[in-house]
Design a binder for this molecule. Sequence first.
Ligand code: TYM
Length: 335
Amino acid sequence: MGLPRVLSGVQPTGALHLGNWLGAIRNWVELQSSHDTFVCVVDLHAITVPHDPKQLAHDTLSTAALYVACGMDPEHCSIFVQSQVKAHSELCWLLNCVTPLNWLERMIQFKEKAVKQGDNVSVGLLDYPVLMAADILLYDADLVPVGEDQKQHLELARDIAQQRINANFGSKEEPVLKVPKPLILKEGARVMSLNDGRSKMSKSDPNEGSRITLLDPPELITKKIKRAKTDPQIGLEFGNPDRPEAENLLSIYSILSKQSRDVVAAECAEMGWGTFKPLLAETTVAALEPIQSRYAELMGDQAELKRILNQGRERAEVVAEATLKRVRDALGFLA
Ligand code: TYM
């Protein structure tokens, strides 16, 4: 038996933010030494909403560089670009043909994004979770580390594998696909907007002040935190449902300063926002500094970055092709 397998990915749509790092990538870094870890830049997902073709290749490379800068070690994990492993598109088609339409229509993210797109909403946006299921199922992933917002998509991937493929085309003794489990950590799974502690930090929020990206320079981080929404109360606390901003900013501080919530709660119990905000800004700048300098080095040597992605693609193709063959055989295609 090999190591348990991990698969995850982030879309290359603009700079990654604190939510992507704390909710997802940080967990991949922890898992890579004890798991056979595959992480991809999901560029096919990035075109499910209107995109700029002049930016896509750059953003794909930049996202891969951020994976490495955040601590993904290409010698311990496989980093690749989704669209470069053709099996993702093919398995997506096979899964499309067994997935009921109404399973997709009830996806919360589709409903939220579709409202924003109006009449322009693409079939791809509806199909997004099936492609995501293909990403995961191709690698026989045991664990999928993601933020809280992806829980429903993970459930869908499990249902497709179990109810639509294994139940109809496999047997109990020989399931066609492995049924994956989500890994959603308690802390950092839902980093909230700086402008509103009740809505998620998101790449698609038109207000850039709502998020801190991993590439924001120190002055910008300080400015965004200074402007972040707060409340009039002195003394900061976790767990008060009427103070979502306090919960969010203290949680970010706790993770970035590597101190437990109890220690942070005690440290900040008497503090006002005017004292806390500079502390949070300083902590955030310090936490991002090593990521930003490693990122700059990597982007300065794109040949090396492409070598890393090629190596990842080769490893990914071996696993993905084997799974795709299993599914093709189970569905009865001519060999
Ligand atoms: P994306 O690019 O929207 O998000 C990437 C990861 O970041 C997490 N995340 C957050 N976590 C905490 N707080 C937030 N505010 C926050 N915002 C985003 C997401 O949960 C995610 O883990 N559909 C996926 C991409 C994908 C994928 C996959 C993931 C495609 N195929 C296969 C895992 C396995 C997504 O949301 O991307």
